[in-house]
Design a binder for this molecule. Structure first.
Ligand code: M6R
Length: 611
């Protein structure tokens, strides 16, 4: 979603802002803008990409060592030049960039209109800029006080940077529900909505907390709450390498991230297994482990791909640990009246750690007294800070909007959790536990093998790139994989796709099948192999095209299906980690062949920080 970058120091702000905005492109956006503060405040903004903004500012004055930049993902008002940020207040005293949503904007707007304010844009941000200005002029207070007072009147979420015309030596940043991180340089500070624009300059950072307001001068940083209580900043060291947020020779971040999966899974194991690989340690769960082992019920919440990982988790935990599991879309859970018991364990899964629906669902669960655990990728993000305990996936930054390595590393953590709980609850014998760990450690090499044979998948993609619909089928552990395969295709190639449990096909989707319908079937050798073979026959009998993901050496399905993609043999419960990889590649190649913007698909944002 929207991205924020700010700079105050001794160097030229423009290159920092424009590079920062490029780093933030992955979040998803539809317009971009900057403000340079240097005597007067110059605002340049336009609909489109950061490269359009660069063209727009060519030959314009961008000199100055204080500034802010923004990429906007439209919420209030269509994407256009006027609605793009920054926004200036009516009398020009304040300039604001803002992520999030001001929920009571309509009431605030009416009040300001009664006091003579008019609005150029349709954004909630312009209302905020004017509210700050109104308080500033009426109360004759400092810019900082005006910002803080205005924020006490706001209902909603924000991450913002404000500059006041009369106090040009400082930027004011504030956060509530929309992340902001401050990077500390030598007599300079960087501000951003995530660490990616900062990492090339410094690895010393402070993550703002909700209700924090940072008053930032080039050689001084003060953090208070909106109610003026001084806060002691907690300086942290970023564990992020610049190389990790670059394409490293790949055409797209998504492809790089698909190919990074063997390493991402290894990094997820790292330090979490005994040297002889016979035991699992999940340090982040240490304090809650006794309660987890005794849990009567686990509820997993998440959105999109993280929800799919949760479904795999349900199968794993119920099989290995015999604890009942429910998996819920966070966006549904938070708005219905779920029954949550004090002794329930909630597991929130999120790559970004910032998804608004998941955060709200966590808060709801916490109100009921349940323990909430997080499985997140982005270190220091909101979910790990909010939850009682948790585990980081350590997949490294995921820049492509379509989640790939985040999924496999989430499933890796869930697999490890299920095994550990199974052992502690005596569902798994020591021997079974040991064998499963050994099997899991072979996964990275098996994925590497699948990746080696990507040409076959590319050829299949070339054949079906113009299809208008796809069906994905799987049974048991592979039903969530089918859902994930369909989601990947939809989001990056804009082809309609549906994931279905293979046995459900006869209850409806079979009506869709004809010679134009490619059906991707996950059909590895496991206990429902015979049944899936029958499903393939049913599809072929109706002239459907079958692309089957099979266990290497399979000859039966090879004779039935139009195309097969082989994967190495594996325990069924661990095979989601393998079977998903060809589906990721298939979507990737199809999207590239259709000329789609794979890393920044239309309308999508990397982390969905609004409801
Ligand atoms: O950051 P999160 O894991 O909480 O994000 C959840 C979804 O928004 C995300 O998985 C989304 O569905 C991806 N674009 C899927 O590829």
């Amino acid at each position: 979603m929207c991205g924020i970058v700010g700079y105050i120091g001794n160097k030229e702000a423009y290159p920092v802002l424009i590079n920062g905005l490029k780093r933030l492109e992955y979040r998803g956006y539809d317009s971009a803008g900057i403000a340079i503060i240097n005597g007067d405040t110059r605002i340049y903004k336009c609909k489109g990409k950061v490269s359009d903004l660069e063209t727009f500012v060519k030959n314009k004055d961008v000199s100055g060592s204080i500034g802010m930049g923004h990429t906007r993902w439209a919420t209030h008002g269509e994407p256009n030049n006027v609605n793009a940020h920054p926004h200036k207040s009516q009398y020009g005293h304040f300039v604001v960039i803002h992520n999030g949503i001001i929920e009571n904007y309509s009431r605030l707007k009416t009040k300001l209109e009664k006091r003579g304010y008019t609005f150029k844009s349709q954004t909630d941000t312009e209302i905020l800029a004017n509210l700050i200005e109104y308080i500033y002029l009426k109360g004759k207070v400092s810019g900082e006080i005006a910002v803080r007072l205005a924020l006490t009147k706001v209902i909603g979420t924000y991450g913002l940077i404000v500059s006041c015309k009369e106090e040009q030596n400082q930027l004011i940043a504030a956060r509530n529900g929309s992340p902001l991180v401050v990077g500390i340089g030598k007599k300079e500070y960087y501000i951003a909505s995530d660490a990616t624009p900062i990492v090339e300059y410094t690895n010393s950072v402070i993550y703002l907390n909700d209700n924090d307001v940072a008053i930032i001068k080039k050689d001084e940083l003060t953090i208070k709450t909106i109610h003026n209580d001084k806060q002691i900043p907690k300086i942290q060291t970023l564990d992020l390498d610049i190389g990790e947020i670059e394409k490293g020779g790949f055409d797209h971040f998504m492809l790089k991230e698909i190919f990074e999966q063997p390493k991402a899974i290894l990094d997820t194991f790292r330090g979490r297994m005994s040297a002889n690989k016979t035991d699992i340690y999940l340090g982040g769960l240490y304090n809650v482990l006794p309660k987890l082992v005794e849990a009567k019920r686990i509820i997993i919440i998440g959105c999109g791909t993280s929800w799919h990982a949760g479904l795999v988790g349900e199968y794993l935990i119920e099989e290995y640990a015999k604890i009942p599991v429910e998996v819920e879309y966070a966006s549904e859970f938070r708005y219905r009246k779920p029954i949550i018991y004090k002794d329930d364990i909630i597991i929130a899964i999120s790559q970004s750690g910032e998804t608004a629906d998941t955060l709200a669902a966590i808060k709801l669960a916490q109100e009921s007294g349940a323990i909430v655990l997080g499985i997140c990728n982005v270190v220091g993000s909101s979910i790990p800070r909010l939850t009682d305990a948790g585990v980081y996936t350590h997949a490294g930054p995921e820049i492509g909007v379509a989640s790939t390595k985040a999924f496999t590393s989430q499933v890796t953590i869930l697999t490890m959790m299920a095994m550990l709980l199974g052992k502690k609850r005596n569902v798994l014998s020591q021997e079974e536990y040991k064998n499963l760990i050994a099997e899991l450690t072979k996964t990275p090499d098996k994925i590497a093998l699948i990746l080696k044979h990507c040409e076959n998948i590319k050829n299949i993609a070339a054949k079906y790139k113009d299809a208008t619909n796809f069906l994905y089928l799987g049974r048991g552990y592979f039903f969530p994989v089918a859902l994930e395969g369909a989601l990947k295709l939809k989001e990056i190639s804009y082809i309609h796709a549906e994931g279905y449990p293979a046995a459900e096909m006869k209850h409806g989707p079979i009506a869709l099948i004809d010679e134009k319908m490619p059906v991707v079937v996950i059909a590895t050798k496991d206990k429902s192999y015979e049944k899936i073979v029958s499903n393939i026959q049913e599809i072929k009998a109706r002239k459907g095209v079958v692309i089957a993901v099979v266990t290497e050496g399979d000859t039966v399905i090879k004779n039935l299906a139009d195309h097969v993609i082989e994967i190495p043999d594996s325990d069924q419960a661990l095979a989601p980690l393998l079977t998903v990889v060809p589906l990721q590649l298939l979507s990737y190649y199809i999207a590239v062949m259709r000329g789609c913007n794979v890393d920044q698909p239309r309308n999508l944002a990397k982390s969905v920080t609004v409801e």
